[in-house]
Write a protein that binds this ligand. Structure first.
Ligand code: B3K
Ligand code: ZN
Length: 877
């Protein structure tokens, strides 16, 4: 496959002004007529041909200003339409006629069928599966779309922008026309047609315009869209209040579909969502589902300004819209819920998904410099690390300059397709700072390490902090430059209060107080008037996405856990303490030696569990020990998953015993009254849920969880209890009965059956593989549906370290077989599944060899997609 490079960027030879699209819909033969008004760019040679992109297309005909083009003047392949001898200066119109088959499109890119609905997905390069066009983000055009269909085939016909009108077309057919006044790139085009239910509302913008809001779902599911509508209105208000951004069309529509490759898509005025992120009611959705719906509704809505009004010049700049929009949706959720608890969840997610990516063969910069398949770069690095980089930018320039920089960005680049350099220039200007060194965060892959040492000089009453940074090589980047790492910190004194006063030394000066700026390889700062030995709390709130190496005693960590003013820092200290203990225990378990006593950890955790002054959600987070995969990541190499699991289970049993009575009390303290998805109630349920798990372990009996399962009146509690039963009491009557009851009750709700799949697929241990194979043959499974595949095979391979990494390699072979089979129909889904293998080199040698063989087997399969071959080659490299 061809490799694309950032450095090769060049604008198109022709500029597009308008595009008028007409669709005559039919499942097997949809006619697409595209009329493009365009002209040669000033200065481009008159011999330069027009080259449009296509993908698996067949051309019916092509016209210039309404006349068929002489066959000698054009060439066509499924991938390109090349037209020569076009006017030198005049504006002209190219008409492209193609026929496509939505029902035969299994890739879920371009125009496809989901159920009886027509639906599109164009980002990143799906528009070229609909018609020949400049399918690239820097070509912005004004779209008019006319849709024609048989009334019995598609009652409803939607596209971007405002509704122009519609009516009867001819016998049994009707039409609808849409006009989007905002110039946009082709990846934001959308069309949806079919018979759908709707819920409607309105929103009045801050400039007093009324916007119609519509959420379309399958008939009968309308009630389950109410929470999504509420989240949408809150998002619209928040973007006005926080960033001064108002919505800009007369209507905003969301359509929920059940076959979708990702979470959702921000098409202008017509978002298309995976129904998993729209549909919720207490009986079928968990608190986590509600929180995800809120976050994703907000994310797609926020794209209207960060992504749509200002878009990316090329796909290398993907983080320009994604990292920034994730940053915005994080800020929204933090405002709507508990900010520290939200931040803790973000840190957990970043470490679980982005850190391993950055440490393995698929590592790439937040702004990649080359790719073979852009779909493989919608990664945790581009999204989550991209958001962290925006957060660091805000820390460095300060909140006020950050907001000014955003205002400048919106003002200066509205209607443009821009780069990270354009974005950063706004903040450099607003803050009068040089952001050159900071910009390395966009170009250097890998997670930096920062080693921290401290010394307190009793005689001089000084405290010195020495910081040193390093960054390991990553694929294609053998040598790294020194970065700008902003580290929020505090010095905690013996009584828990904080030392006031700024340090002296390099990196001490900063926009925001309480931040050390590490800008050299090594630097020290010294604090004066420190009369007693302080405890350093550093990288508070995870101000920089780095690995810290610091010799901090358990007593110091406990001090931070008790006293830090920053809740996130308190959790970080608890988590660091737990991680350190678990890593030591796993190493000993590996050597067959007795495990260390867990008394200190137990004391910290039970103290937090019982501390009523802390938010329940925070307590639940603190009680959730680092996952097996977190422990593996800390150990880093020669991983043997079974001993990690054994050690972790032993520590959990210690904690459960130490807090037995407390957990048994907390397990009964779920909120009363009817279910409400608000953050406070969700926090109570989270605490009760983790307490249920500890209490059940202490009691060595499934009885309590079985009772909770039977009495549950909402999905959150029900799923918690089911997981305790399936993971801690597998094979017992209680577990088997609950799984059967759950299946029977939710047999016709695939999104709930996905939870049933995932819980079973993540049951630890070697035996789960056979159960997964069995479930793959169940009537609920559908290898063509991305949600089903991810729930069963994705959960197994990415969420079950002991089951998937079986020493005999059977887990790897299962994944390899599925990836190869799915690749034939849906390359994007297959490639995404395969990323579960990215950390194979950190396994112990026997498993490593099995993993390698499975990867090589994929490589040998016939007709691999670019998506899968790109991942497998980089993973093996
Ligand atoms: N921009 C889309 C993702 C498209 C993925 C294409 N492979 C959703 C989002 O990030 O908001
Ligand atoms: Zn996005």
């Amino acid at each position: 496959g061809q490799v694309f490079h950032l450095k090769d960027y060049a604008p198109t030879d022709f500029v597009v002004d308008r595009i008028d699209l007409t669709f005559e819909l039919d499942p097997a033969e949809t006619k697409v007529i595209s009329r493009v008004l365009m002209k040669r760019r000033a200065g481009v040679s008159r011999s330069a041909p027009l080259v449009f992109d296509g993908d698996e297309l067949t051309l019916d005909s092509v016209q210039l200003d309404g006349n068929d083009i002489d066959p000698a003047d054009f060439d066509v392949t499924p991938e390109n339409l090349t037209i020569r001898n076009l006017p030198a200066e005049a504006t002209f119109e190219i008409t492209v006629n193609t026929t496509i088959a939505p029902e035969a499109n299994t890739s879920l890119m371009g125009l496809y069928r989901t159920g009886n609905i027509y639906c599109t997905q164009c980002e990143a390069e799906g528009f070229r599966r609909i018609t020949y066009f400049y399918d690239r983000p820097d070509v912005l055009a004004v779209y008019t779309v006319t849709i024609i269909s048989r009334k019995d085939d598609a009652r409803l016909m939607l596209s971007n922008g405002n509704y122009l009108g519609g009516g009867n077309y001819d016998e049994g057919r009707h039409f609808a026309a849409w006009f989007d006044p905002h110039p946009k790139p082709s990846y934001l085009f959308a069309l949806v047609a079919g018979d759908l239910g709707v819920i409607e509302d309105t929103f009045t913008t801050m400039d007093e315009r009324e916007v119609a809001l519509r959420i379309y779902v399958e008939h009968g599911k309308e009630k389950r869209a109410a929470y999504a509508m509420d989240a949408l209105k809150r998002s619209m208000r928040w973007d006005e209040e926080t960033f001064g951004r108002a919505y800009d069309l007369d209507i905003f529509m969301i359509v929920a579909v059940s076959d979708f490759n990702m979470g959702a898509m921000e098409n202008k005025g017509l978002n298309v969502f995976n129904d998993k992120y729209v549909l919720a009611d207490p009986e079928t959705a968990t608190d986590a589902d509600y929180a995800n719906i809120e976050a994703i509704i907000a994310h797609e809505y926020f794209h209207n300004w960060t992504g749509n009004r200002i878009t990316c010049r090329d796909w290398f700049q993907l983080c320009l819209k994604e990292g920034l929009t994730v940053f915005r949706d994080h800020a929204f959720s933090a405002d709507q819920r508990s900010a520290p608890v939200k931040r803790i969840a973000e840190i957990r997610l970043l470490k679980a998904h982005q850190f391993p990516e950055d440490a393995g063969p698929l590592a790439h910069p937040v702004r990649p410099e080359s790719y073979r398949e852009i779909n493989n770069f919608y990664t945790a690095t581009v999204y989550e690390k991209g958001s962290e980089v925006v957060g660091m930018l805000r820390t460095i320039v300060g909140a006020d300059a950050f907001r000014q920089g955003m205002d400048l960005y919106f003002e200066r680049h509205d209607g443009q397709a821009v780069t990270i350099e354009d974005f950063l220039a706004c903040f450099a200007e607003a803050s009068s700072r040089d952001l050159m060194q900071f910009s390395l965060w966009y170009s250097q892959a890998g997670t930096p390490s920062v080693s921290v040492s401290t010394s307190w000089d009793e005689a001089k009453s000084t405290f010195t902090v020495t910081l040193e940074q390093s960054l390991q090589p990553t694929p294609g980047q053998p040598r790294k430059e020194v970065m700008h790492i902003p580290l929020a910190y505090g010095l905690l004194l013996e009584d828990g209060s904080e030392h006031k006063g700024s340090p002296s030394g390099a990196g001490a000066s900063s926009a925001a107080a309480g931040v050390l700026h590490l800008t050299r390889r090594k630097q020290s700062v010294t604090f004066a008037d420190v009369a007693s030995r302080p405890v350093l709390s550093i990288n508070r709130g995870f101000s920089a996405p780095v690995n810290l190496a610091m010799e901090q005693s358990s007593a110091d960590l406990a001090h931070i856990a008790r006293h830090d003013a920053d809740g996130v820092a308190r959790w970080q200290a608890i988590n660091d303490h737990a991680t350190r203990h678990l890593v030591a225990a796993a190493r000993l378990a590996r050597d067959g030696r007795p495990l260390p006593a867990s008394d200190e950890l137990c004391a910290i955790l039970t103290a937090v569990a019982g501390d009523e002054s802390l938010e329940p959600a925070f307590r639940a987070q603190a009680l959730t020990l680092p996952a097996e995969s977190d422990i593996a990541r800390e150990i880093g190499s020669n991983i043997e998953p079974d001993s990690i699991r054994a050690a972790r289970e032993a520590v959990i049993a210690d904690v459960a015993r130490a807090g037995r009575e407390l957990f048994s009390t907390l397990a009964n303290q779920a909120p009363g009254g009817p279910y409400s998805p608000d953050a406070g109630s969700a926090g109570l349920r989270a605490l009760a849920g983790i307490a249920l798990s500890y209490a059940s372990i202490a009691e060595a009996s499934p009885a309590r969880a079985a009772a909770v399962f039977a009495a549950a009146d909402n999905m959150t509690v029900m799923a918690q209890a089911l997981q305790v039963l399936a993971h801690h009491f597998p094979g017992t009557g209680a577990a088997t009965d609950a799984l059967a009851a759950f299946e029977a009750r939710f047999a016709d709700n695939p999104l709930v059956i996905d939870k049933w799949f995932a819980i079973q697929a993540m049951a630890p241990g070697a035996a789960t593989l056979d159960r997964v194979r069995e479930l793959m043959t169940s009537r609920h499974f559908d290898r063509m549906n991305p949600n089903r595949v991810r729930a069963l095979i994705g959960s197994f391979s990415a969420g079950n370290p002991t089951g998937f990494n079986r020493a005999d390699g059977a887990g790897f072979r299962l994944l390899a077989d599925e990836v190869t089979a799915i690749d034939k129909r849906n390359p994007q889904l297959a490639a995404r599944l395969l990323t579960a293998m990215r950390s194979w080199r950190s396994l112990e040698p026997v498993r490593q060899e099995e993993a390698r063989l499975a990867l090589v087997a994929i490589l040998g399969a016939a007709q691999l997609s670019t998506d899968v071959s790109d991942i497998v080659q980089r993973t093996l490299a």
